[in-house]
Design a protein around this ligand. Structure first.
Ligand code: UFG
Length: 363
């Protein structure tokens, strides 16, 4: 099995081996932020996650956090998802042990700004990995596919809350374009391959961390997203947070987003997999958000009241490419999957701060 390094072996005597054999789920990018939380929820739901991750945008210490939470190791293949022959090796190895229930594809580059500077890197990685994975699934007759998409596919929608029937607008960045292109690629593959059952999960803004503080968002280098920057600025590790613009046509002038606790998001993946098991050639796009919009200033206030600490911040100019306001109509996910968010914004922000504090203690 060339290029495939088994870094971690599942060895816990508590695992029911029969269950494990029949419920394997390949989780690409499983060492990343959303991926790692999904691994926890999959184990809780009786699945056996198999992580495929080359740590190009994650850190191996995530595996220690997973082990502390789950009290066992998770099998990991250190593989680049664009490498079809290595992916083939992963599938062969798993199939020797039992069925592959499905594939959840998180692995992708996701920094909007970087994608503008290095579009080719984004096109080849994000689109190439999705094509390689679909080809490998087809070769092995694996049909259930859960794809990490983004509300970025909508651009600035004409109506908010936005539902899944809203048209794609021209992508603001190469990153956004890769999500649109992958959705297209997957739906074309779905039309051509009878065995494929798909959910295209369009995430809004994931925040928060596991309440244990053992896993969370671990941005490598300078954080681009609001919450990692906010927590690092509050911890004194960065300059004060810059609020990107307060002259938008919103109630307080700052941009509005739908912030969803990463655990709620992770649970939606489990619900999607369970739903896919009962489908016969389905392909559905689903919004994953809370249905509530919060402005940047409201998030700062909520963080301060949840954690009893003030957030150093200043008002700066707009960031190019930001949409003014977007939040989800998540009714379809509720109707189809029986899933809805259970965590509040405050809970998510408490967990984000807990994670940041624990990170400092353990770094
Ligand atoms: N923001 C600041 N200061 C910062 C960082 C962010 O004011 O230092 C603001 C942004 O302007 C925006 C909000 O906080 O209004 C959220 O910004 P993020 O960068 O956290 O998230 P985005 O909404 O820009 O992007 C997220 C995902 C993308 C996805 C996009 C879809 O990170 O992957 O949603 O809209 F494409």
């Amino acid at each position: 099995m060339q290029n495939v390094t088994v870094v971690y072996e599942a060895m816990n005597a508590m695992v029911n081996f029969e269950t494990m054999k029949s419920q394997q789920v390949i989780v690409t990018g499983g060492a990343g932020y959303i991926g790692s939380h999904t691994v926890v929820e999959l184990v809780g739901a009786g699945f056996e996650p198999i992580i495929v991750d080359n740590f190009s945008n994650s850190h191996p210490r995530v595996l220690d956090g997973l082990e502390r939470i789950l009290n066992r190791k998770i099998q990991l293949f250190d593989v680049d998802c664009c490498d079809e022959s290595a992916l083939n090796g992963v599938f062969e190895s798993c199939l020797k042990r039992g069925n592959i229930t499905g594939v959840i594809h998180f692995a992708a580059f996701k920094a909007v700004g970087e994608s503008t500077a290095e579009p080719l890197k984004y096109f080849s990685n994000n689109i190439g990995s999705t094509a390689a994975l679909l080809a490998t699934m087809h070769r092995h007759g694996v049909g259930s596919f859960v794809f990490s998409s983004s509300c970025t596919v909508y651009g600035q929608p004409e109506q908010i809350p936005v539902d899944e029937t809203a048209p794609f607008l021209p992508a603001e960045s190469p990153y956004g374009y890769t999500k649109q292109a992958c959705e297209r690629l997957i739906s074309d593959a779905h039309s051509a391959h009878a065995e494929l059952n798909v959910t295209l999960l369009r995430y809004f803004n994931p925040i928060g961390a596991h309440p244990s503080g053992d896993i969370g968002e671990l941005p490598l280098g300078h954080p681009n997203n609001l919450i990692p920057f906010l927590t690092q600025a509050t911890a004194g590790l960065r300059d004060p947070l810059t609020v990107f613009g307060n002259d938008y046509p919103t109630p307080d002038g700052t941009c509005v987003r739908d912030y969803i606790h990463v655990i709620d998001l992770a649970r939606a993946h489990v619900a999607a997999l369970n739903w896919l098991k009962d489908q016969n050639h389905a392909c559905e796009a689903l919004n994953l958000g809370t249905g509530n919009g919060s402005s940047v200033l409201q998030v700062i206030e909520a963080f301060e009241s949840a954690n009893g600490i003030s957030v150093p911040h200043t008002i700066g100019p707009r960031r190019p490419g930001d949409v003014t306001a977007i939040f989800a109509d998540a009714k379809k996910a509720k109707d189809l999957l029986g899933w809805e968010c259970e965590h509040s914004l405050q809970e998510a922000l408490k967990d984000s701060w807990n994670w940041q504090k624990k990170l400092e203690q353990t770094s």
